[in-house]
Ligand binder design. Sequence first.
Ligand SMILES: N[C@@H](CCC(=O)N[C@@H](CS)C(=O)NCC(=O)O)C(=O)O
Length: 210
Amino acid sequence: MTVLYDYWRSSAAYRLRIALAYLGMEYESIPVNLLTGEQRSAENLARNPQGLVPSLQVDGRMLSQSLAILEYLDETRAAGFLPADAAGRARVRSMAYAIAMETHPVCNLAVMRHAVSASGGAISNESWSQHFITRGLTGFEAMLDSPATGRFCHGDQLSLADICLVPQIYNARRWGVDLTAFPRIARIIEELEALPAVSAAHPDRWQPAT
Ligand SMILES: N[C@@H](CCC(=O)N[C@@H](CS)C(=O)NCC(=O)O)C(=O)O
């Protein structure tokens, strides 16, 4: 049985929901409540030694780190999340990392909360997120200025870059980032949001009833 240890608003978990839906893999979603600190429970630390989500139980293994999991799924399910050529893989990884390693981590809940409290109120969640997401998307928009960009970030095949972009744009909207300066991103997001696997993974579909 494939089990995703999930949180509805987690960008990293959202990446895996997109991939699992795209691959047509059935799985159970078990929520780990980040607002109550469940990620630091002994149970979650046993799955994910960093005390984060997501973790994926698949093929009798427990995996952590969303990009490593996406690459595992790509290699074991021939998903096509990475191109066949080395130059293409470098380009897709560079775009995925621009989001997953440069933009998303600084807007993590724990980082943002610390910034807000240490600034004594000068920084708000909104101002922090708007600053760093705008910075990240500015670079991403420039990376898309390439003949290798197609219907999606790299050609016409859903890739790691697209899977990272969708949750980042969800966050950008959530925090009121002005997206008008990013027309290439806007066009690709429209294409991506039309995919059933992408809409199936949207946080609103996974939000617990309260
Ligand atoms: N690089 C990790 C990032 C995971 C991550 O930052 N998860 C966040 C939610 S998106 C989390 O669990 N935050 C809880 C916390 O910081 O306490 C991955 O891609 O899996």
